[in-house]
Design a protein around this ligand. Structure first.
Ligand code: NAD
Length: 445
């Protein structure tokens, strides 16, 4: 099938590439001319395991093309995807300006009937707004062309996006027209061979499904962080509690890790946007507000542990802190809303210097912060320890899991480790002569 995708970010680029990989003919449109130029030259702007060779192979085969020319993309596609960003507006609601800009350019350029598929995460009712925006422009052009607007939210995880796209848990299709659903079923058939993964429903339910999924996951994280904070005060170890509850199949093992708070481009903005939608429809989102508030506090927690250890904020002045991890989670270079950013700011405000290392997010860190005297970006994890007083681990990359603690004890002038992801066994760290702080790791009173 002939497909056009607006947006070549994590979602648009991965979706376009996977669709091309199963044989569809894909044109990706982006307004970022630099990005399009790099993609056409085989340079992939994001880190996503497995993505680069797939883009290059499908581009070389002529099934995957990149352009800034919206009209060209629209003329190409029988199906046109919207996969542009929906960042938080100032009041927490989703900013639909990018989505509606695409809708207007579809209205301006479409010459024949097509199916418009919204893959961006958007509030309930957005499909109606997209339909209205396209219809308005068609009316201005004085023509009437049939089109459908379908909601097809994306559930891929950064760091495993290609795998998720090739083998999705489910493919949610929200449409009011059965013909549009059939068209998407044909498009996704290559991903749906093993068993039927397609869940078709009305448009509004599909739009809400995406927010419900992310809000549920964020809730699990904030719930565990709250339990961790209780554990810390009552002298219990949340890691024991986690094992104790995860073994109950009704609870399960996934997503019950306490830590330094959730970040990324989705959970923070989606929880806020869903709360905003609830308010707009007269529902008070008590739980969502709490999930958000717990997370905001949790992002401060590592710094609070440091202040507890050193006795005051002032005592951090002049300290050098080794920081392992910058990305909001492992296997990505994405630093949007990353917990590391809050911690960096707190440490800089306190007058500390940070020596940081992340396997993938160093270029992004450089792009965000530029040159600073209080930020030294190191080429490998060990190098971050040179001249450091303390170590903070904030992203659970595999390579940080088993350091040589005896060596750490000799490297860190203040011999202290702050483990923001509970990677280490406190006893093992302490036996090596280091002080240990984790999340929710109270000791028996
Ligand atoms: P992103 O910021 O990485 O990429 C968005 C891209 O859209 C950018 O390259 C931008 O230049 C381009 N763009 C903006 N306006 C455009 C226009 N008018 N025409 C063409 N291109 C345009 O965003 P993302 O992370 O891929 O997310 C896209 C959507 O998918 C968001 O709604 C997000 O919530 C949702 N989503 C993201 C993820 C994720 O893990 N990143 C997962 C599921 C859903």
């Amino acid at each position: 099938m002939r497909v056009c995708i607006f947006g070549t970010g994590y979602v648009g680029l991965v979706t376009g590439t996977c669709l091309a990989d199963v044989g569809h003919d894909v044109v990706c449109v982006d307004i970022d001319a630099g990005k399009v130029e790099r993609l056409n030259a085989g340079v992939i702007p994001i880190f996503e395991p497995g993505l680069t060779p797939m883009v290059q192979a499908n581009h070389a085969a002529g099934r995957l093309r990149f352009t800034t020319d919206a009209a060209q993309g629209i003329a190409h596609g029988d199906v046109v995807f919207i996969a542009v960003g929906t960042p938080s507006d100032e009041d927490g609601s989703a900013d639909l300006s990018y989505v509606l800009a695409v809708a207007r350019s579809i209205g301006q350029s479409m010459q024949a009937p097509l199916v418009v598929v919204n893959k961006s995460t958007v509030p309930v009712g957005t499909a109606d707004k997209v339909r209205a925006a396209i219809s308005d422009v068609l009316a201005q052009r004085g023509i009437d062309i049939a089109f459908d607007v379908v909601s097809n939210p994306e559930f891929l995880k950064e760091g495993a996006a290609v795998e998720d796209c090739m083998r999705p848990d489910r493919i949610v299709i929200g449409a009011n027209n059965p013909t549009a659903i059939e068209m998407l079923k044909r498009l996704y058939a290559p991903f749906n061979r093993n068993h039927d993964r397609i869940v078709s429903m009305d448009v509004r339910s599909a739009e809400l499904t995406k927010y419900a999924a992310n809000a549920m996951l964020a809730t699990k994280i904030s719930f565990m962080n709250e339990i961790a904070n209780i554990a810390e005060q009552v002298g219990a170890d949340v890691e024991m509690v986690r094992k104790g509850i995860g073994s109950d199949p009704r609870i399960g093992w996934h997503f019950i890790y306490p830590g330094a708070g959730y970040g990324g481009s989705c959970f923070p903005k989606d929880v806020q946007a869903l709360a905003k939608t609830a308010q707009q429809f007269g529902v008070r989102p008590r739980l969502l507000d709490a999930v958000e508030a717990v997370n905001a506090a949790q992002k401060e927690h590592l710094f609070e542990l440091m202040v507890r250890h050193y006795g005051s904020v002032e005592a951090l002045h002049g300290k050098t802190v080794a920081l392992w991890g910058l990305a909001f989670k492992p296997n990505t270079d994405d630093m949007r809303e990353a917990s590391s950013r809050r911690l960096l700011q707190r440490l800089w405000d306190a007058g500390a210097t940070v020596r940081a290392y992340d396997p993938e997010a160093m270029p992004e860190t450089r792009r965000i912060y530029g040159e600073r005297v209080d930020l030294v970006l190191c080429d490998f994890a060990e190098a971050a320890l040179h001249g450091a007083d303390a170590l903070v681990v904030i992203t659970e990359w595999k390579q940080f899991r088993s350091p040589d603690f005896a060596k750490l004890a000799t490297r860190l002038a203040d011999a202290v480790v702050f483990d923001g992801r509970n990677l280490y066994a406190p006893d093992e760290v302490e036996t090596a002569g280091l002080a240990y702080y984790g999340i929710g790791r109270g000791r028996s009173l």
